[in-house]
Design a protein around this ligand. Structure first.
Ligand code: ADP
Ligand code: MG
Length: 276
């Protein structure tokens, strides 16, 4: 399916979702995609703490400032995202929602203040340690689905898992479970290119769910789906938070999604955050 040797270009979102920014080897055996990041051996994967299906982690944003060319995208923002809750981060366009999510995901570091996930201050970790921490603790649903078009929905989810070191039959089962959860069970074997925009978004959601991380972050996850699908996703996110104890955070301005939230962290341009 992928062929042997040569290069496979992976969507940046799939890699970012799993905290990998490097090369990897990919194999396809009996219809199951396996991928191993270069430099990460199976032994080092096994040494990591077992957090599969674990409850959420407290995420603390402490007095965080992030500026671009002297302009503060976030100015002394403090907020707490709690396990077992769906929190929405709201605010006008340009108020720093995406910036905040990228900081919490460990994809960026604050100029001042700190992000503490499960008691670990992200900015005190080395770049490699932060990537490993991200891979195990955090799934990120980016602003575009970032799928590989010629791979099926299931293979896209398996690829995301393979990047995290989950392969074989377990990856297969997790992928199917996650696709069923987002209502795509019957479309699991369709190439991503043949799915609608809303269905592709849901594959990206399935890829994050299948990782079973304590923290799931989503940047405007309903911006490309219709109201019916937004209702389905809002209900699903809320259920995942409540039933598994996951810390679920969505940047959004969608009233449908906001309606499902337990907490609303409101950002305003260049002023401190308010948390209700
Ligand atoms: P939101 O997601 O709420 O729309 P963003 O976090 O994308 O807001 O942006 C917050 C502010 O930071 C905006 O003024 C935006 O122009 C600026 N910004 C965001 N990312 C960058 C970047 N990489 N370089 C320069 N400015 C940026
Ligand atoms: Mg944004």
């Amino acid at each position: 399916m992928i062929g042997s040797g040569g290069w496979l270009r992976l969507p940046e979102e799939a890699l970012l979702d799993a905290g990998i920014v490097d090369r990897a080897t990919v194999t396809s055996r009996e219809g199951v995609v396996e991928l191993r990041p270069l430099g990460i051996t199976r032994a080092s994967v096994l040494m990591l703490p077992d957090i599969e299906g674990s409850a959420g982690a407290v995420v603390e944003v402490r007095n965080v400032t992030r500026s671009y060319s002297g302009d503060a995208a976030l100015d002394a923002v403090t907020a707490t995202f709690k396990p077992g809750q769906l929190t929405v981060v709201t605010g006008p366009s340009g108020s720093g929602k995406s910036t905040l999510l990228a900081l919490v995901a460990g994809l960026d570091v604050p100029d001042e203040g700190e992000i503490v996930v499960d008691g670990v201050s992200l900015s005190r970790l080395s770049r490699d340690a932060r990537a490993r921490f991200r891979r195990d603790m955090i799934a990120f649903i980016g602003q575009s689905p970032g799928l590989t078009g010629f791979l099926s929905a299931r293979e896209n989810v398996e690829l995301g898992l393979a990047i995290r070191g989950v392969e074989g039959i377990e990856a297969h089962e997790r992928a199917i479970d996650a696709l069923v959860a987002v209502g795509l069970g019957e479309h699991a074997d369709r190439p991503a290119d043949n799915l609608s925009a809303g269905q592709r978004e849901r594959v990206a959601v399935a890829r994050a769910l299948a990782a079973r991380t304590p923290v799931i972050l989503a940047d405007e996850p309903t911006s490309r789906v219709d109201v019916a699908q937004a209702l389905t996703l809002g209900g699903l996110f809320s259920d995942i938070a409540h039933e598994h104890g996951t810390t679920f955070v969505c940047a959004t301005h969608d009233a449908v999604l906001i309606g499902f939230a337990d907490e609303d962290v409101q950002l305003r341009t260049r002023s401190p955050v308010e948390s209700s």
